[in-house]
Design a protein around this ligand. Structure first.
Ligand code: FPP
Length: 247
């Protein structure tokens, strides 16, 4: 894992660095509109920013970054916008596939991939294969993802295993966690939403039970490394009691 830098807010707060940060990528459309550009240009800038922020997370020692790139509701957008986002995902997955081993990056897609094109599905399969033998920083991209659907899917998988006798114990929280896309990954300590909205939009509903939230008006394509430092510094100053009281 990359050494934690000391010349930034995150470095100073190294002891409080979250292991897992999750981000709702919001504001691409408005970013483009502010520049009289098409929405697709906003998504392009958003995807470039994902690469920048993921690289920074890896550098400072964050272990997992999960981003909400496309929700189950985003299919309602105009066909050309959806097509543009899918083409961007295709481009980024291909680039990731050629870089993952060299850069020690693992990559997972969370969501129902069956609705994606066969090409995208095979790219997702390839990233899974590489992830199974690479160690290091892990980026999770939520694609055709919905938090409620993830919980229903986990419950169905458990029910199948119980019915077939593969599992005999009654369901526990830990067991259900192991049926989520995020199985084996710690819950995000910090969830960031740029773009000025104050809602979760069906993101990581199971995993966010004790997450700290950070909201900013900055639009996602403008969300810089400095902004991430600020979010981590805010997280570090929070008093996390997990329902208990301070000693
Ligand atoms: C939300 O902004 C953004 C999306 C629905 C798409 C996000 C997708 C990408 C950045 C492209 C691919 C991603 C990766 C990880 C390679 P919005 O369009 O709702 O913005 P608005 O609220 O300003 O209209």
């Amino acid at each position: 894992m990359a050494e934690i830098k000391n010349n930034n807010a995150a470095g100073e707060q190294a002891k409080c660095l979250p292991r897992h940060i999750a981000i709702i990528l919001d504001g691409n459309g408005r970013w483009a509109k502010n520049r009289s550009m098409p929405r697709s240009a906003g998504h392009f800038a958003g995807a470039e920013n994902f690469r920048k922020i993921a690289t920074y997370c890896q550098e400072i020692g964050v272990e997992y970054l999960t981003v909400y790139a496309f929700s189950t509701e985003n299919w309602k957008r105009p066909e050309d916008e959806v097509g543009g986002i899918m083409r961007l995902l295709d481009k980024y997955l291909r680039e990731a596939i050629s870089d993952m081993e060299k850069k020690h990056i693992r990559m997972k897609v969370f969501g129902d991939v069956s609705r994606l094109s066969p090409e995208l599905q095979s790219l997702v399969k390839k990233t899974d294969e590489i992830t199974s033998h690479v160690e290091g920083f892990q980026a999770n991209i939520c694609l055709n993802y919905g938090g409620r659907a993830e919980i229903v899917r986990a419950a169905e998988l458990y029910a199948e295993d119980f019915a077939s006798g593969k599992v005999t114990e009654p369901l526990t929280e830990k067991m259900l966690s192991d049926y989520m896309y995020s199985a084996g990954i710690p819950d995000p300590e910090l969830i960031i939403r740029p773009g000025g909205e104050y809602r979760l939009s069906n993101f990581l509903l199971w995993q966010c039970a004790y997450s700290e939230f950070y909201y900013t008006d900055t639009l996602w394509p403008d969300f810089s490394e400095k902004e991430l430092d600020k979010a981590i510094a805010a997280y570090s100053s929070r008093d996390r009691r997990f329902g208990g009281v301070k000693a």
